[in-house]
Design a protein around this ligand. Structure first.
Ligand SMILES: Nc1nc2c(ncn2[C@@H]2O[C@H](COP(=O)(O)OP(=O)(O)OP(=O)(O)O)[C@@H](O)[C@H]2O)c(=O)[nH]1
Ligand SMILES: [Mg+2]
Length: 359
């Protein structure tokens, strides 16, 4: 049987089975099996679908995702230095295009994608290709216009189907594989949604028979499978509704959605700020030894970044010849403190890196 057929069969069985205490274990195993098969299929197809042409660049990457004709390309043109084709007809954009939006010293890459439609996760339209770009993103801008707000739900469903989880924290699960001893489950919270037996069944489906499993949240079957599945991708998203110029009333934000007009340039500064904030970036100022910090050219990094990330961003050589770093700012108790590669930085920190030889 082909992979696709196996997947269909399991999906059908899942639809037919009601969820209750008696079927929990069975459903858990089925879902795990399904996740495994999808992973396999994805891997096979990934060889064919390449994210053509566009590489990650800048300090962070944002993807514009929405149905055809909602105004994605118009927004790309309005936010960046790029100029791409805008059309009144659907599917004007046939391949991904990227531009750079500069904001508060950060260079943010914006990728404009072809319109996504229902069934994308099964390959409809350019679904597979679009969804593979999504996996490059640090943030999604999920977009509709004032006439098509209901498409947002469809897009969310397609994202979910292809293993993309938006605005969710990663499951608090840690697995340490062993060579023998069976499965040992340690949970720091009471598990109300799953039994130990089901957890073991799911792990077995993923080929894990000997391991310590540490669970720090009241986990569900779905989240456990997500934690085990290589396919799962966690990304933040914000919601933007375009063509607000066609409404009589003025709206900036409603129900967590930002209203703009890409064409008439309404609320664009607001959406820029929202994108920047959602990316959760920090600025780090480099200070050459014995000189003043360079406040004009901050390094832009993700929150949680370490000295190692700073080195990598400047030049690989810094990592190779690293001796120590000195930090001034919020992340240290003593100003000018010496720290190592794993030291976590805070927004606004000043850093001097000392290397073993001149580079
Ligand atoms: N009234 C109004 N029309 C807009 C606005 N933004 C875009 N449009 C129009 O909407 C149509 C589609 O715009 P595009 O930017 O090509 O839309 P798209 O989402 O990139 O479409 P695809 O590439 O087909 O997925 C064009 O006719 C634009 O002129 C806006 O803010 N207000
Ligand atoms: Mg377009």
């Amino acid at each position: 049987m082909k992979l696709e057929e196996k997947i269909k069969l399991i999906e059908e069985e899942l639809r037919k089975t009601d969820y209750n205490k008696a079927t929990e274990h069975h459903i858990g195993r089925l879902k795990a099996k399904l996740a495994r098969l999808k992973e396999e299929l994805e891997k096979k197809k990934a060889r064919k679908i390449k994210t053509r042409g566009i590489k990650k660049e800048g300090d962070a990457t944002v993807c514009l995702l929405g149905y055809p004709s909602v105004g994605k390309s118009t927004l790309l043109n309005a936010l960046t230095n790029t100029s791409t084709r805008v059309g009144y007809y659907a599917f004007t954009t046939t391949e991904a295009i990227s531009g750079i939006m500069e904001y508060k010293g950060a260079k943010i890459q914006i990728i404009d994608l072809p319109g996504i439609i229902e069934g994308a996760s099964y390959g409809r339209g350019m679904g597979k290709e679009i969804l593979s770009y999504v996996r490059m993103a640090d943030l999604l801008v999920i977009m509709a216009d004032i006439y098509t707000e209901d498409t947002i739900e469809i897009i969310e469903k397609e994202l979910y189907n292809s293993g993309i989880r938006i605005n969710l924290e990663k499951p608090k699960v840690r697995i340490e594989k062993k060579v023998s001893g069976g499965l040992n489950i340690v949970s720091s919270v009471k598990l109300n949604n799953i039994t130990y037996e089901t957890i073991k069944g799911i792990l077995n489906e993923f080929g894990i028979h000997n391991a310590d499993i540490f669970i720090d949240e009241d986990i569900t079957v779905d989240r456990l499978i997500d934690a085990l599945s290589k396919n799962t991708y966690y990304v933040k998203a914000i919601y933007v509704i375009n063509k607000v110029d066609l409404l009589k009333e003025k709206i900036l934000e409603k129900n967590g959605r930002i209203y703009i007009s890409a064409e008439k340039r309404i609320n664009l500064e607001y959406v820029k700020e929202k994108i920047y904030n959602a990316l959760d970036l920090i600025r780090i100022y480099l200070k050459p030894k014995g000189k003043k910090p360079d406040f004009d050219h901050p390094l832009i990094l993700k929150r949680g970044a370490t000295i190692r990330d700073v080195c990598e961003k400047i030049h690989r050589d810094f990592l190779e010849h690293f001796r120590y770093a000195q930090v001034w700012g919020k992340s240290v108790k003593i100003q000018g403190q010496r720290v190592g590669l794993n030291h976590k930085l805070e927004d606004g920190d000043i850093v001097t890196i000392t290397v073993n030889r001149k580079i």
